[in-house]
Ligand binder design. Structure first.
Ligand code: UDP
Length: 480
């Protein structure tokens, strides 16, 4: 019965969007009888402890450990400092990760019953490392531990990165200076009929002296690096991204599509939110009519200018529907004309009593499944996209960066469960598209059909459920 001692070290990039996807994954593994150590940064583990209470008793098969991320505790770890975090993890966390993994390998295997006690887990048999931490794959390799890569972004965005060399060959990249972003792009297989320049991940856009964003080659290399791992795991469903998954497969040793994970596993028994969730918004939603509310949330990283905020607010107010808006502290830039009104006060003043509710952080899974929510104005982060898809909520996308540009194209042009406002932030457009997303029967029907389809994927016998079982067997075999 050596296979029963499978012990997986799950290591996400230490950001909310990665935790929200890989923690349900860890919970599902533990639910399938696998022992899991979930590796946080020290900073995030402290924040989690402060921000949220666990939803239930901890699983005896899932524990959390942490290592330093190398940044001072008061560093905001915001989008502006993302590169610093990437570099600091590479320099500092990689050393701590190597030491930790080495110690978790040398732990003398306790008797089976002992793993119920803290620290009594048997040696690690496999690592699941975030593909955004390519060095973690190398460290595991060097220590001779089987390693699988996990991407928390959409498969379509990963295929775009894998296709980048071809796009250069075809002369599609770099985009011509002053070129039309609405031009179609050749070279990403399966997407040529609908992909425009503006739909590629944000790092494909012109930047720098020669028109190539210096981050692009790094991201492309990191993506190819996942091919060194035993397999690549995606939080997606075959029915959503069948073609992208098929085109990725030849680049990888194996591919597993096991999502949407948040809907597959029971709520994680350990805390997931780095911010304290404001449950008052659910009570506020209880007082609203069915499908009457626009839920506005731009995820955990996006920051908007004061001008963009004003356009969104004016458009939302003009559309006339009540709205619930998540505004993290420091999410809106300062006003250029010195106006000191806080965004919260500006919303209250513009929307009038009872028409708008503002929170710093919402229990998003509960909000999206609330009967009062009629549409989701979102940045189209991959977690948010999947969460809306599962609940059948029409989306209105205003992507900021990373895979959000291509996710929102899939929403607007492929799945048709919402609209894509990409790159145009004007009050008139916001008003018109909010109305359309709230009122269009066609969009609602597509959103509901998509939700049914994805629910079939995660139900017993569905493609994601079967893939998850295959993955658990794969992991157990690595440990035997
Ligand atoms: N989220 C949340 N409450 C909020 C806003 C966001 O719980 O008020 C969660 C959301 O459910 C999602 C995650 O934060 O799981 C954001 O991930 P996503 O991939 O959508 O975007 P990112 O934050 O990585 O840009």
């Amino acid at each position: 019965m050596a296979a029963a001692a499978a012990h997986v070290l799950v290591f996400p990039f230490p950001l909310q969007g990665h935790i929200n996807c890989m923690l349900p994954f860890a919970t599902a593994l533990a639910g399938a009888g696998v022992l899991v150590t979930f590796l946080h940064s020290d900073h995030n583990l402290r924040r989690l402890g402060r921000a949220s209470a666990p939803d239930g008793p901890p699983s005896p098969r899932l524990r959390s450990l942490s290592i330093p991320d190398g940044l001072p505790d008061n560093d905001p770890r915001s989008v502006g400092g993302l590169l610093e975090l990437v570099e600091s993890l590479k320099a500092v966390a990689s050393v701590a990760f190597r030491a930790l993994l080495a110690s978790l390998l040398s732990t003398t295997s306790p008797s089976r019953a002992d793993h119920h006690h803290d620290g009594g887990f048997p040696p690690v048999t496999c690592v699941v490392a975030d593909g955004y931490l390519p060095w973690a794959i190398d460290v595991a390799d060097e220590l001779c531990v089987p390693v699988l890569a996990f991407r928390t972004s959409s498969a379509c965005s990963i295929l775009a990165f894998l296709s980048a060399p071809r796009l250069f060959e075809l002369g599609e990249l770099p985009f011509p200076a002053g070129g039309d972003l609405d031009e179609p792009v050749r070279g990403v297989p399966g997407m040529e009929s609908f992909l425009r320049r503006r739909d590629l991940p944000s790092s494909f856009r012109r930047a720098g002296e020669h028109g190539v964003n210096p981050r692009l080659p790094v991201l492309v290399e990191d993506t190819f690096h996942s091919g060194k791992a035993r397999a690549l795991i995606f939080n997606t469903a075959a029915s959503l991204e069948r073609s992208a998954l098929a085109h990725i497969a030849p680049h990888m040793r194996d591919v597993f599509a096991v999502g949407p994970l948040h809907a597959m596993s029971p709520a994680p028994a350990v805390a997931t939110s780095l911010w304290r969730e404001d449950d008052g918004c659910v009570a506020w939603l209880d007082g609203q009519a069915d499908r009457s509310v626009v839920y506005v949330s731009l995820g955990s990283l996006a920051v908007m200018s004061h001008g963009q905020f004003t356009e969104f607010l004016s458009g939302l107010v003009a559309a006339g529907h009540p709205f619930l808006w998540v505004l993290r502290p420091d999410m809106v830039g300062e006003s250029r004309d010195g106006d000191a009104t806080t965004p919260q006060d500006a919303i209250r003043a513009a929307a009038g009593d009872g028409k708008a509710h503002v929170v710093a952080w919402a229990p998003q899974w509960d909000v999206l499944r609330h009967r009062a929510v009629g549409c989701f104005l979102t940045h189209a982060g991959w977690n948010s996209t999947l969460e809306a898809v599962v609940e059948g909520v029409p989306m209105l996308c205003w992507p900021f960066f990373a895979d959000q540009q291509i996710n929102s194209r899939f929403v607007g042009a492929v799945w048709r469960n919402g609209l894509d406002m990409k790159d145009v932030c004007e009050r008139g457009v916001v008003e018109k598209t909010v109305r359309e997303a709230m009122e269009s029967d066609e969009i609602r029907q597509s959103a509901e059909a998509l939700a049914e389809q994805v629910k079939r994927d995660i139900a017993d016998g569905g493609s994601s459920a079967m893939e998850f079982k295959r993955l658990v067997s794969f992991i157990r075999e690595l440990g035997s």
